[in-house]
Each structure stands twice: as structure tokens, then as C-alpha cells.
Design a protein around this ligand. Structure first.
Ligand code: CAP
Ligand code: MG
Length: 425
């Protein structure tokens, strides 16, 4: 008996809606598999139980109501009291927990979630968002441009600081630690902060521009809080976290600490969940959760331009969901266009395999409300980091002025050398 399926059901505005893509186990219909998903993600189990009572069923039972036989996509509406408002771990343990392992599905992907007002308003959302970041960095009407200190790890504190300095002097706005740099035997966190902020302050004086350092504080939660305070004491405004490896609870603790710092959200490990088009959890779901929790800027991909694999056009759909649908009206909405009830937008970060010759195409596809980051595409420049930084700023200027890179490179040597080496995308 398909007790969780009702194709005539009209979901209530107060309900949380999930869009799942389901490939049923052999011998099961899409409806039967969806019935299992709805059951296992809420109040049921594999068999009827004597302890179930009609009150529980009435108030907490979800309904699978929309089926697309072609795509296997199913919408399930969940009563809001099934979830603890403000508690991301619990919400995901429900709708993104056991269901992926059930034998009733061959494959299952949680494509999208539409959160009801009661859940959205139980979170603070981003403290700065796009407007706050532009105000802090004083960067208007162009993408923020940055680099990641490379090699990923291995430099000592002074060498690290010098690479950052060269990037800032060359014109980049932001410099971040790589996702796997924390506090190593060869590069102690506190010493790296002292050395790097010293040179950040010098670079600001020399260039007259605001320069941002985004230190990776990824560690155990108490240690992350300590490291954030070290950064703040040295005049740092940003902290970077690896959102999946520190976990949703760690993130919520950091936000609750009200540090007054900008959160840069790196998504290392995400592809273990997001990469397969038929199984896992989409980056759209992770991005929406990050806006609820309160990340200010988030890696979302490069619209298929850089080195990382992406699922279809999800990157641009995510851009619309985390920034501002009106501003991205030319981008097809995600199936569940979220109402954010006033939560600030997140600034998208495009990174991974980018080089200056890709900037016009990147801006064309993603717009200027992005942070564009270049690791190899900066430090791999034939004349080194500072020249790589100059080439990135030159390519960005050309892109926003609508001048072809080849033309602009005629009297910008650093850009010319970059596109001679890597070409124009
Ligand atoms: C980029 C990067 C970033 C990726 C993360 C790296 O370096 O520092 O971590 O961008 O991917 O380690 O690969 P390169 P995503 O510029 O040298 O590629 O942004 O897709 O999460
Ligand atoms: Mg990296």
C-alpha cells in the first residue's frame, strides 16, 4: 500500500519540499521507491509497526506528490514539525540520511530543497553578503580577483607571506591559504599569520588598495575559534573554512560565535557527494544550506570553464539561487526557486584551473558578482607571481571594458605573456 504517495496532494506553503531523482531498485515502480524514500526520511521503516499512532502519522507524514517518469524526479512535501528549526545536522539526517543506502533505490540524488519561511527564519544567514564584501574590500563594478598561495603546502611562514605579498603588489584583491594548509610542522599557523599580515599591511600602504588575506582556520572547533581570534587581533577581516570537512555543526558553532568576520567557504570533498548526476547530493543543496548557515562567499565552480567537473549547468543555477534571481534573470531557475525572506545573498567564488585568458568568458557566463581565483593561473606566469597578478588585473579590466584580450595585450606585456602561454578561452 503506497501510504506516502498522493498525486492529487497540494503541498502547503509551510512545508519543506525536496526534489529527489530516483532510480528504483529492480522490480519496483518509481512510486513504490518514492514511498520508501518518504517513509525512511521521516517516521516510517521497512514494515508497519505497532507503536505507530494516528496522531504521529497525521502530523508528521510527508507526501510524495509529483512524479516525472522521464527524469525520475519526484517531489516530496514534508511537514515543518518533522524538523528542528535552526538545526542543519538534524534536517539533513532526515532528508539526506539513510535514504541513500536503501535497497529500494538503485540510485538516489537529492537535487534541490525549498525551505519554508519557518525554517529560513530560524537561521541568521550571511552577515556581510555581496554588499558587505564590496564595501569592505572597496571593489566595485568588477569581479574580486585573487590567488591561492602555491605550492598548496610546503612553504615556511616567511616564504608563504612573500608569495602573498607579490600577489597583492601585482594587484590582486584577495589571497587565500589552500584547502589543505592549516598548521604544519613546516608552517605554524600563528607564525604564518604574523608574517603574512605584516606584509599585507605593507602591500596596502604601497598600492593604496585594500588587501584581503583569507587564512584557512580548518581544525577542531575550539581551535578554529582560537585561530579566528588570532586573525582578528592582527587586523584580519576574513576566515576561510573547509565547510564539509569541519562539518555542519562546526560551521554553526563558528557562526554562533558572532566573530564579525567574513566567512570564505571552501567546499573540498563536495565532489564525493555532488559529482554523480544520478546519486548523491547536488551542490545546489549544499549552497542553499550554506546561505542559511551564514557563509558570505562560497566556491560554486567555474561554469564548466576551469579544471573541475560539473553537472550540466548547475553552477549557473546555483549562482542564481545564492545571489539574486532578479540580477540573474537570464539564468534558468532551479526547479525550486527559494524565497530567502530577506537573508543576504552569498558572493560566488569561481576557482579551479583558471588563467587570465579565461576571464572574459567567465565574466560573460557568471557576471561580475564573483571572486575569481587563480592558483596555477597566477604563480605559473613565465615572469612569476607579481606578473601573473598583473596579467589577471589586466584581463579583468579588458573584460569589463569589452576590449579583446589580444588587443589589450598589445600594450600590456604581462597579459601578452600569459595568453602566449595559456591562450584565450
Ligand atoms: C585552485 C584550488 C582550489 C580549487 C577548488 C585547488 O587552484 O586552490 O582549491 O579551485 O575547487 O587547490 O585546486 P588552481 P572548487 O587555480 O591552481 O586550480 O573551487 O571547484 O571547489
Ligand atoms: Mg585549493
Amino acid at each position: 500500500m503506497l501510504s506516502y504517495v498522493n498525486k492529487k496532494y497540494k503541498p502547503k506553503k509551510t512545508e519543506l519540499i525536496c526534489l529527489y531523482k530516483i532510480i528504483p531498485a529492480k522490480g519496483l515502480t518509481l512510486e513504490q521507491a518514492a514511498d520508501h524514500v518518504a517513509k525512511e526520511s521521516s517516521i516510517g521503516t521497512w514494515t508497519t509497526i505497532s507503536t505507530m499512532n494516528p496522531k504521529v502519522a497525521k502530523s508528521l507524514k510527508p507526501t510524495a506528490y509529483k512524479f516525472d517518469k522521464k527524469t525520475g524526479e519526484v517531489k516530496i512535501a514534508y511537514p515543518p514539525h518533522l524538523f528542528e528549526a535552526g538545526n542543519i545536522p538534524e534536517i539533513l539526517s532526515s532528508i539526506a540520511g539513510n535514504v541513500f543506502g536503501m535497497k529500494a533505490v538503485q540510485k538516489l540524488r537529492l537535487q534541490d530543497i525549498d525551505f519554508p519561511e519557518s525554517i529560513v527564519k530560524s537561521f541568521k544567514g550571511p552577515k556581510f553578503g555581496i554588499e558587505g564584501i564590496r564595501k569592505l574590500t572597496k571593489v566595485k563594478n568588477r569581479p574580486l580577483v585573487g590567488t591561492i598561495v602555491k605550492p598548496k603546502v610546503g612553504l615556511n611562514e616567511k616564504q608563504h607571506a612573500k608569495v602573498a605579498y607579490d600577489a597583492w603588489i601585482g594587484g590582486l584583491d584577495v589571497v587565500k591559504d589552500d584547502e589543505n594548509l592549516s598548521s604544519m610542522t613546516f608552517n605554524n599557523f600563528d607564525k604564518r599569520m604574523k608574517e603574512t599580515f605584516k606584509l599585507r599591511d605593507q602591500a596596502e600602504k604601497i598600492t593604496g588598495e585594500k588587501k584581503i588575506y583569507m587564512p584557512n582556520i580548518t581544525a577542531e572547533t575550539d581551535e578554529m575559534l582560537r585561530r579566528a581570534k588570532v586573525v582578528k587581533k592582527l587586523g584580519g577581516e576574513y576566515i576561510m573554512v573547509d565547510i564539509l570537512t569541519i562539518g555542519f555543526a562546526g560551521l554553526q558553532t563558528l557562526v554562533k560565535a558572532n566573530l564579525g568576520m567574513v566567512f570564505h567557504a571552501h567546499r573540498a570533498m563536495h565532489a564525493a557527494l555532488t559529482r554523480m548526476p544520478d546519486h548523491g547530493i547536488s551542490m545546489m543543496v549544499i549552497a542553499k544550506v550554506m546561505r542559511l548557515i551564514g557563509m558570505d562567499q562560497l566556491h560554486i565552480g567555474t561554469a564548466n570553464i576551469g579544471k573541475m567537473a560539473e553537472v550540466g549547468e548547475e553552477c549557473c543555477q546555483i549562482l542564481r539561487a545564492i545571489e539574486d534571481p532578479k540580477a540573474k534573470a537570464n539564468i534558468k531557475a532551479s526547479v525550486l526557486d527559494q524565497n530567502w525572506y530577506g537573508l543576504k545573498p552569498i558572493l560566488a567564488v569561481a576557482s579551479g584551473g583558471l588563467q587570465p585568458g579565461m576571464i572574459p568568458k567567465l565574466v560573460k557566463k557568471m557576471g561580475i558578482d564573483i571572486v575569481a581565483q587563480f592558483g596555477g593561473g597566477c604563480h605559473g606566469h613565465p615572469d612569476g607571481t607579481e606578473a601573473g597578478a598583473r596579467a589577471i588585473r589586466q584581463a579583468t579590466q579588458a573584460a569589463i571594458e569589452g576590449i579583446s584580450l589580444k588587443k589589450y595585450a598589445k600594450n600590456h606585456e604581462e597579459l601578452r605573456k600569459a595568453i602566449d602561454l595559456w591562450g584565450v578561452a
